[in-house]
Design a binder for this molecule. Structure first.
Ligand code: PMV
Length: 320
Protein backbone atom coordinates (compact mmCIF):
# COMPACT_ATOMS: atom_id res chain seq x y z
CA UNK A 1 0.00 0.00 0.00
CA UNK A 2 1.24 3.50 -0.75
CA UNK A 3 2.37 5.64 2.16
CA UNK A 4 -0.11 8.32 3.24
CA UNK A 5 2.15 10.34 5.44
CA UNK A 6 5.84 10.99 6.10
CA UNK A 7 7.84 13.11 8.54
CA UNK A 8 11.32 14.58 8.14
CA UNK A 9 13.62 16.92 10.05
CA UNK A 10 16.23 19.44 8.96
CA UNK A 11 18.49 21.83 10.81
CA UNK A 12 18.83 25.51 10.03
CA UNK A 13 22.21 26.63 8.80
CA UNK A 14 24.12 29.82 9.30
CA UNK A 15 26.39 31.04 6.53
CA UNK A 16 29.93 32.01 7.52
CA UNK A 17 30.48 33.15 3.94
CA UNK A 18 27.15 34.50 2.74
CA UNK A 19 24.89 34.08 -0.24
CA UNK A 20 23.29 37.40 -1.24
CA UNK A 21 22.28 37.75 -4.86
CA UNK A 22 21.08 35.58 -7.70
CA UNK A 23 22.34 35.31 -11.25
CA UNK A 24 19.11 33.48 -12.21
CA UNK A 25 15.95 34.36 -10.27
CA UNK A 26 13.80 31.49 -11.54
CA UNK A 27 16.33 28.75 -10.78
CA UNK A 28 17.71 30.31 -7.57
CA UNK A 29 21.26 30.37 -8.92
CA UNK A 30 23.64 32.43 -6.79
CA UNK A 31 26.19 35.00 -7.93
CA UNK A 32 28.82 33.31 -5.74
CA UNK A 33 29.56 30.27 -3.60
CA UNK A 34 28.76 30.28 0.12
CA UNK A 35 29.70 28.24 3.17
CA UNK A 36 27.63 27.37 6.23
CA UNK A 37 27.43 25.39 9.43
CA UNK A 38 24.34 23.55 10.63
CA UNK A 39 22.68 24.54 13.90
CA UNK A 40 21.47 21.39 15.60
CA UNK A 41 19.11 23.12 18.05
CA UNK A 42 17.30 25.10 15.33
CA UNK A 43 15.22 22.38 13.77
CA UNK A 44 12.21 22.12 11.51
CA UNK A 45 10.00 19.05 11.62
CA UNK A 46 7.60 18.61 8.73
CA UNK A 47 4.84 16.06 8.33
CA UNK A 48 3.29 15.73 4.91
CA UNK A 49 0.06 13.84 4.23
CA UNK A 50 -1.68 13.13 0.92
CA UNK A 51 -4.82 15.26 0.73
CA UNK A 52 -8.16 14.36 -0.88
CA UNK A 53 -8.65 18.07 -1.67
CA UNK A 54 -7.54 19.94 -4.80
CA UNK A 55 -5.24 22.34 -3.01
CA UNK A 56 -2.38 22.30 -0.54
CA UNK A 57 -3.02 23.17 3.08
CA UNK A 58 -0.12 24.49 5.12
CA UNK A 59 -0.05 24.71 8.90
CA UNK A 60 2.80 26.35 10.76
CA UNK A 61 3.03 25.47 14.45
CA UNK A 62 -0.64 24.39 14.36
CA UNK A 63 -2.03 27.54 12.67
CA UNK A 64 -2.67 28.39 9.01
CA UNK A 65 0.66 29.66 7.72
CA UNK A 66 1.10 33.38 6.81
CA UNK A 67 0.36 34.24 3.16
CA UNK A 68 3.95 34.77 2.03
CA UNK A 69 5.00 31.44 3.52
CA UNK A 70 2.02 29.63 1.96
CA UNK A 71 2.73 31.11 -1.48
CA UNK A 72 6.38 30.16 -1.35
CA UNK A 73 5.50 26.56 -0.42
CA UNK A 74 2.78 26.31 -3.06
CA UNK A 75 5.14 27.60 -5.76
CA UNK A 76 7.69 25.06 -4.67
CA UNK A 77 5.15 22.21 -4.70
CA UNK A 78 4.10 23.17 -8.22
CA UNK A 79 7.72 22.82 -9.29
CA UNK A 80 8.17 19.54 -7.38
CA UNK A 81 5.00 17.91 -8.76
CA UNK A 82 6.09 18.76 -12.32
CA UNK A 83 9.68 17.58 -11.77
CA UNK A 84 8.70 14.24 -10.18
CA UNK A 85 5.38 13.70 -12.04
CA UNK A 86 3.27 13.72 -8.89
CA UNK A 87 -0.44 14.57 -8.87
CA UNK A 88 -1.33 14.71 -5.17
CA UNK A 89 -2.06 17.74 -3.08
CA UNK A 90 -0.93 17.75 0.54
CA UNK A 91 -1.60 18.73 4.10
CA UNK A 92 1.69 20.02 5.41
CA UNK A 93 2.27 20.48 9.11
CA UNK A 94 5.49 22.19 9.94
CA UNK A 95 6.95 23.06 13.30
CA UNK A 96 10.02 25.13 14.09
CA UNK A 97 11.86 24.86 17.36
CA UNK A 98 12.73 28.58 16.95
CA UNK A 99 11.10 31.88 15.75
CA UNK A 100 10.07 31.76 12.10
CA UNK A 101 11.26 34.44 9.63
CA UNK A 102 13.39 36.30 12.14
CA UNK A 103 16.79 35.94 10.51
CA UNK A 104 17.30 32.49 12.03
CA UNK A 105 17.14 30.74 8.64
CA UNK A 106 13.71 29.14 9.03
CA UNK A 107 13.20 29.01 5.27
CA UNK A 108 16.36 26.94 4.88
CA UNK A 109 15.41 24.23 7.36
CA UNK A 110 11.77 24.48 6.24
CA UNK A 111 12.37 23.69 2.57
CA UNK A 112 15.03 21.10 3.35
CA UNK A 113 12.63 19.25 5.70
CA UNK A 114 9.85 19.47 3.09
CA UNK A 115 12.01 18.02 0.32
CA UNK A 116 13.15 15.19 2.60
CA UNK A 117 9.54 14.46 3.62
CA UNK A 118 8.42 14.34 -0.04
CA UNK A 119 11.31 12.01 -0.83
CA UNK A 120 10.19 9.71 2.01
CA UNK A 121 6.48 9.84 1.16
CA UNK A 122 7.06 8.64 -2.41
CA UNK A 123 10.15 6.52 -1.62
CA UNK A 124 11.94 8.41 -4.37
CA UNK A 125 15.44 7.78 -2.97
CA UNK A 126 16.70 11.08 -4.33
CA UNK A 127 20.48 11.48 -3.93
CA UNK A 128 21.80 14.17 -1.51
CA UNK A 129 22.98 16.16 -4.54
CA UNK A 130 19.51 16.12 -6.14
CA UNK A 131 17.83 16.85 -2.79
CA UNK A 132 20.07 19.90 -2.48
CA UNK A 133 19.24 21.08 -6.02
CA UNK A 134 15.59 20.55 -5.27
CA UNK A 135 15.63 22.41 -1.91
CA UNK A 136 17.51 25.27 -3.61
CA UNK A 137 14.39 25.92 -5.63
CA UNK A 138 12.38 26.57 -2.48
CA UNK A 139 14.89 28.95 -0.95
CA UNK A 140 18.53 29.23 -2.03
CA UNK A 141 20.06 28.65 1.39
CA UNK A 142 17.87 25.54 1.88
CA UNK A 143 20.27 23.63 -0.37
CA UNK A 144 22.79 23.90 2.50
CA UNK A 145 20.39 22.31 5.00
CA UNK A 146 20.16 18.84 3.45
CA UNK A 147 23.47 17.84 5.03
CA UNK A 148 24.66 18.71 8.53
CA UNK A 149 28.12 19.98 9.44
CA UNK A 150 30.27 22.36 7.41
CA UNK A 151 28.70 22.74 4.01
CA UNK A 152 29.81 24.44 0.80
CA UNK A 153 27.30 25.57 -1.82
CA UNK A 154 29.26 25.76 -5.03
CA UNK A 155 27.69 28.39 -7.22
CA UNK A 156 28.14 26.28 -10.36
CA UNK A 157 28.27 27.54 -13.94
CA UNK A 158 25.68 25.48 -15.83
CA UNK A 159 22.73 27.59 -17.05
CA UNK A 160 20.27 24.87 -15.92
CA UNK A 161 21.64 24.88 -12.34
CA UNK A 162 22.66 21.22 -12.43
CA UNK A 163 26.04 21.99 -10.82
CA UNK A 164 24.74 24.45 -8.22
CA UNK A 165 24.30 22.38 -5.07
CA UNK A 166 25.73 22.05 -1.59
CA UNK A 167 28.12 19.41 -0.28
CA UNK A 168 29.41 18.59 3.17
CA UNK A 169 33.09 19.53 3.61
CA UNK A 170 33.44 18.37 7.23
CA UNK A 171 31.02 16.37 9.37
CA UNK A 172 29.10 17.97 12.25
CA UNK A 173 31.51 16.48 14.81
CA UNK A 174 34.68 17.71 13.07
CA UNK A 175 35.12 20.59 15.53
CA UNK A 176 33.16 19.83 18.73
CA UNK A 177 34.45 22.94 20.56
CA UNK A 178 32.87 25.33 18.07
CA UNK A 179 29.52 26.70 19.15
CA UNK A 180 27.05 29.42 18.25
CA UNK A 181 24.85 31.59 20.41
CA UNK A 182 21.74 32.61 18.48
CA UNK A 183 20.61 35.92 19.99
CA UNK A 184 16.99 36.82 19.30
CA UNK A 185 16.27 40.54 19.57
CA UNK A 186 12.90 40.51 17.76
CA UNK A 187 10.67 37.63 16.73
CA UNK A 188 8.85 39.82 14.17
CA UNK A 189 8.99 38.74 10.52
CA UNK A 190 11.21 40.96 8.39
CA UNK A 191 9.67 43.72 6.23
CA UNK A 192 11.76 43.06 3.14
CA UNK A 193 12.08 39.42 2.11
CA UNK A 194 15.56 38.19 1.29
CA UNK A 195 14.41 37.62 -2.29
CA UNK A 196 13.49 41.31 -2.76
CA UNK A 197 16.42 42.52 -0.67
CA UNK A 198 18.92 40.61 -2.80
CA UNK A 199 17.49 41.97 -6.02
CA UNK A 200 17.72 45.53 -4.72
CA UNK A 201 21.32 45.06 -3.63
CA UNK A 202 22.45 43.39 -6.87
CA UNK A 203 20.78 46.04 -9.02
CA UNK A 204 21.58 49.18 -7.07
CA UNK A 205 24.45 48.83 -4.59
CA UNK A 206 27.70 50.40 -5.84
CA UNK A 207 29.52 48.19 -3.30
CA UNK A 208 28.16 44.87 -4.51
CA UNK A 209 30.95 43.89 -6.92
CA UNK A 210 33.58 44.54 -4.28
CA UNK A 211 31.75 42.32 -1.78
CA UNK A 212 31.46 39.56 -4.40
CA UNK A 213 35.22 39.65 -5.03
CA UNK A 214 36.19 39.87 -1.36
CA UNK A 215 33.68 37.25 -0.25
CA UNK A 216 34.78 34.77 -2.91
CA UNK A 217 38.40 35.30 -1.79
CA UNK A 218 37.49 34.44 1.82
CA UNK A 219 36.37 30.93 0.89
CA UNK A 220 39.68 29.12 0.56
CA UNK A 221 41.24 30.63 3.73
CA UNK A 222 38.12 29.89 5.79
CA UNK A 223 38.05 26.26 4.61
CA UNK A 224 41.71 25.89 5.66
CA UNK A 225 40.98 27.56 9.02
CA UNK A 226 38.00 25.25 9.65
CA UNK A 227 40.25 22.30 8.87
CA UNK A 228 42.76 23.59 11.44
CA UNK A 229 40.00 24.55 13.92
CA UNK A 230 41.35 28.08 14.06
CA UNK A 231 38.59 30.19 15.66
CA UNK A 232 40.43 33.49 15.22
CA UNK A 233 40.63 33.16 11.45
CA UNK A 234 37.20 31.56 10.99
CA UNK A 235 35.57 34.18 13.21
CA UNK A 236 37.24 37.20 11.67
CA UNK A 237 36.55 36.07 8.10
CA UNK A 238 32.90 35.28 8.92
CA UNK A 239 32.36 38.59 10.73
CA UNK A 240 34.03 40.58 7.94
CA UNK A 241 31.87 38.85 5.34
CA UNK A 242 28.60 39.56 7.16
CA UNK A 243 29.41 43.17 8.05
CA UNK A 244 30.54 43.94 4.49
CA UNK A 245 27.32 42.36 3.17
CA UNK A 246 25.20 44.60 5.40
CA UNK A 247 27.20 47.70 4.42
CA UNK A 248 26.57 46.73 0.82
CA UNK A 249 22.80 46.46 1.40
CA UNK A 250 22.71 49.86 3.08
CA UNK A 251 24.50 51.43 0.11
CA UNK A 252 21.72 50.32 -2.27
CA UNK A 253 18.59 52.24 -3.30
CA UNK A 254 16.40 52.18 -1.34
CA UNK A 255 18.82 51.62 1.47
CA UNK A 256 18.19 48.29 3.11
CA UNK A 257 18.75 48.00 6.84
CA UNK A 258 17.76 44.79 8.63
CA UNK A 259 19.34 45.85 11.91
CA UNK A 260 17.56 47.07 15.01
CA UNK A 261 19.37 49.67 17.16
CA UNK A 262 20.24 46.86 19.55
CA UNK A 263 21.94 44.88 16.79
CA UNK A 264 24.63 47.56 16.56
CA UNK A 265 25.01 47.74 20.35
CA UNK A 266 25.54 43.99 20.54
CA UNK A 267 28.02 43.95 17.66
CA UNK A 268 30.10 46.51 19.57
CA UNK A 269 29.75 44.54 22.76
CA UNK A 270 31.12 41.41 21.09
CA UNK A 271 33.94 43.34 19.45
CA UNK A 272 34.83 44.75 22.88
CA UNK A 273 34.87 41.28 24.39
CA UNK A 274 37.57 40.38 21.90
CA UNK A 275 39.82 43.14 23.19
CA UNK A 276 39.73 41.33 26.53
CA UNK A 277 40.86 38.12 24.86
CA UNK A 278 37.53 36.29 24.38
CA UNK A 279 37.25 34.77 20.90
CA UNK A 280 33.71 35.81 19.93
CA UNK A 281 32.57 36.93 16.48
CA UNK A 282 29.23 37.95 15.03
CA UNK A 283 27.38 37.04 11.91
CA UNK A 284 23.99 38.46 10.88
CA UNK A 285 21.52 37.50 8.17
CA UNK A 286 18.44 39.25 6.79
CA UNK A 287 17.05 40.25 10.18
CA UNK A 288 18.03 42.03 13.40
CA UNK A 289 19.23 38.92 15.25
CA UNK A 290 22.82 37.90 15.76
CA UNK A 291 24.66 34.65 15.86
CA UNK A 292 27.83 34.65 17.89
CA UNK A 293 30.59 32.24 16.98
CA UNK A 294 32.76 31.11 19.85
CA UNK A 295 34.23 28.11 21.63
CA UNK A 296 32.29 26.07 24.19
CA UNK A 297 34.56 27.09 27.06
CA UNK A 298 33.55 30.77 26.59
CA UNK A 299 29.86 30.13 26.00
CA UNK A 300 28.58 30.64 29.54
CA UNK A 301 30.61 33.78 30.10
CA UNK A 302 29.30 35.38 26.89
CA UNK A 303 25.75 34.21 27.64
CA UNK A 304 25.82 35.87 31.08
CA UNK A 305 27.57 38.98 29.80
CA UNK A 306 24.85 39.52 27.16
CA UNK A 307 22.04 38.99 29.66
CA UNK A 308 23.65 41.37 32.11
CA UNK A 309 23.37 44.07 29.40
CA UNK A 310 19.79 43.19 28.46
CA UNK A 311 17.57 40.75 30.34
CA UNK A 312 14.99 40.60 27.53
CA UNK A 313 17.31 38.87 25.07
CA UNK A 314 16.50 35.30 24.15
CA UNK A 315 19.71 33.38 23.64
CA UNK A 316 19.74 29.91 22.12
CA UNK A 317 23.03 28.02 22.53
CA UNK A 318 23.63 25.89 19.44
CA UNK A 319 26.04 23.20 18.40
CA UNK A 320 26.87 22.17 14.83
O1 PMV B 1 17.77 31.50 1.08
P1 PMV B 1 17.26 32.84 1.38
O2 PMV B 1 16.52 33.43 0.23
O3 PMV B 1 16.48 32.91 2.64
O4 PMV B 1 18.53 33.81 1.58
C1 PMV B 1 19.39 33.70 2.67
C2 PMV B 1 20.34 34.83 2.71
C3 PMV B 1 21.15 34.98 3.96
O5 PMV B 1 20.60 34.26 5.02
C4 PMV B 1 21.18 36.44 4.38
C5 PMV B 1 22.60 34.56 3.73
C6 PMV B 1 22.88 33.09 3.65
O6 PMV B 1 23.83 32.73 2.96
O7 PMV B 1 22.17 32.29 4.28
Amino acid sequence: MEKQTATAHACANIALIKYWGKRDEALFLPTKSSLSISLKQLQTTTTITRSPMAHDEILLDGNPAPDAFTHAIRDFLTYFRAAYRIRNYFIIKTHNSFPTSAGLASSASGFAALVKALDKLYTLRISPKELSICARQGSGSACRSIERGFVLWNKGDAPDGSDSYAEQLFAHDHWPELCVLAVVIHKRAKKTSSRVGMQQTVLTSPLYQQWLTDSQERLEPIIQAIKQKDILTVGSLAEADALQMHTCMRAGTPSLNYWAPQTKTLVHLIQQLRTSGIPAYVTIDAGPNLKILTLKKHKLFIFRHLLSQDRTLKIIPCTI
